[in-house]
Design a protein around this ligand. Structure first.
Ligand code: SF4
Length: 368
């Protein structure tokens, strides 16, 4: 059974609350009411929980204060994305992004303040890690964005600052609250966890949250290049990583994420190796073979979806994005090889809200 953590009431399970409020002499159904205020109605203020007796609300306020992060800055992109900078009581800063689209809204949230993984193409990686976020802080971002934008349904993307599976315990706690039928009752299929891939953690995620979608930050198709640009990938080479992916029963949709860096990972050899990996086979050698050859070699195999991502350079970045025409030709190659591939154009770039640009800083003009 999960234990309640003393200072994070938002992460308490229903059973935690039943135990915690029993000493107040309240009936057991009060715990369910409280849980519903937090997780179904997204009310994060004891004072507004009007069906709870006043003395109980005061006791809760004193014994389980909600120390919610404050939104200190908001930036709206021309394309409709809205980025929020949140500041916790201890000064930890992290960002969350609202992404509207015709098919519904997505809420992109952070799981760590900063990140210790230092991927060469990611501005967040230059910050280093301040600390892991608690389950309550992760949930608060979802509820805050959903309330701000008046949403009853949404997708959740754990693609903000940090590596979610480096903070597995708190991430799983938060996601279990999100899917709970007495809470937001989010389908796990509408939750995507993005990860570089940490040994044992993908299978744990699949076991504990069946159906959850996984976005594997692949970005390079051979170990030496991947480990150079993503040092955290060193202990988990591609062969082992794909073994774990294939054997992680219960995982929902898996997408291979691939950021296109001009002249670095966007050749025909890269496209052939990427298509081969999409068929769950780690290529032994890298060759620019015609896509039709791959299609016939892997006939009858299942493929992972590949998401090619437009690179968003931050100031001082060492890379450039692959030009659109070339990105399109790589996408066409993958399709001709029988792989389902999409190309994701950047969202929120003008307010540094796009993939790999989150640095938890306010624009210079608004700094004190
Ligand atoms: S890409 Fe993800 S894991 Fe890598 S540095 Fe950025 S936030 Fe960290």
């Amino acid at each position: 059974m999960e234990r309640a953590s003393d200072n994070d009431p938002l992460s308490f399970t229903l059973e935690n609350w039943q135990r915690e409020i029993a000493p107040f002499g309240e009936a057991g159904y009060r715990a369910r009411q409280l849980y519903s205020w937090f997780h179904s109605r997204r009310v994060l203020d004891y004072g507004r929980m009007t069906n709870l007796p006043g003395p109980l609300r005061q006791s809760l306020e004193q014994q389980f204060p909600l120390r919610l992060a404050k939104a200190t800055h908001k930036a709206r992109s021309r394309d409709g994305a809205v980025k929020y900078l949140l500041c916790a009581a201890d000064g930890a800063r992290f960002e969350a992004v609202f992404l509207p689209s015709r098919s519904g809204a997505s809420l992109c949230v952070s799981t760590q303040a900063g990140c210790s993984f230092h991927c060469s193409f990611c501005a967040t990686g230059t910050l280093g890690l301040t600390r892991n976020l608690t389950a309550g802080e992760i949930l608060h971002q979802v509820y805050y964005l959903a309330n701000e934008h008046n949403l009853s349904s949404y997708r959740v993307l754990l693609m903000g600052m940090g590596e979610p599976l480096a903070n597995t315990q708190q991430v799983l706690k938060a996601l279990k609250r999100l899917v709970h039928p007495d809470g937001q009752a989010c389908s796990p299929r509408r939750i995507t966890v993005s990860t570089v891939g940490l040994r044992g953690r993908i299978s744990q995620l699949a076991r504990e949250l069946p159906g959850v979608a996984l976005a594997l930050s692949l970005h390079f198709t051979d170990d030496s290049q991947r480990q150079r640009h993503m040092p955290a990938a060193k202990p988990f080479p591609l062969g082992d990583l794909f073994d774990e992916l294939i054997t992680s029963e219960g995982l929902g949709k898996v997408t291979l994420e691939y950021v296109l860096l001009e002249g670095v990972n966007d050749t025909r050899e890269d496209a052939a190796a990427l298509a081969t990996l999409a068929y769950s086979v780690v290529p032994r050698q890298r060759k620019a073979v015609p896509p039709s050859r791959l299609r016939s070699r892997f006939r009858g195999f299942n493929t992972y979806h590949v998401n090619l991502i437009e690179y968003n350079p931050s100031p001082g970045a060492e890379f450039q994005p692959t030009p659109y025409a070339k990105a399109e030709s790589l996408q066409n190659y993958l399709k001709a090889a029988g792989v389902n591939a999409t190309y994701r154009r950047s969202r929120g770039r003008d307010v540094a809200a796009a993939c790999g640009m989150l640095t938890a800083t306010e624009p210079e003009s608004q700094r004190k």
